[in-house]
Design a protein. Structure first.
Length: 137
């Protein structure tokens, strides 16, 4: 179910599209939703959902992506615990805030350098991890 609305931010007018996991446009940094993958993971690292932009950026269909472990796309996370308690690993959050670049491997085997952002999401009383991946600038 998609809904579309217009929001004003300063003198800029932007279109906000709410998809299953939330496509968006960030006017402050000029990021378009077509360049931003939004993945929702279970605490064990299995991909639960991915937005349309993520499917395009990662070059895959939902059936190829959902159910895969995040390390399939982000091999650098193989030896890192994703969640402590009910929160994203503070070290990963630190790396993302510092602008650390991660290798992202698309489903077709090609790769690119991406910036990652880690967020905690609660959905029907259960904790999930949201990872936002965008092309590094």
């Amino acid at each position: 179910m998609n809904t579309q609305s217009i929001k004003k931010q300063g003198s800029a007018e932007i279109s906000v599209i709410n998809d299953y996991v939330g496509d968006y446009v960030d006017v402050k940094v000029g990021i378009c939703e077509k360049e931003t993958a939004t993945l929702t993971l279970y605490d064990n690292g299995i991909i639960r959902t991915c937005n349309q932009a993520g499917r395009e950026l990662l070059d895959c269909s939902p059936s190829e992506l959902i159910g895969q472990h995040i390390t399939r796309l982000l091999p650098q996370l193989a030896d890192i615990k994703l969640v402590y308690g009910k929160r994203a690993n503070p070290y990963l959050r630190f790396l993302s805030r510092m602008g650390h670049r991660f290798e992202v491997v698309k489903m077709n085997g090609t790769n690119f350098v991406g910036e990652l952002f880690f967020n905690d999401v609660e959905y029907f009383g259960q904790h999930h991890l949201r990872i936002i991946i965008r092309l590094a600038r």
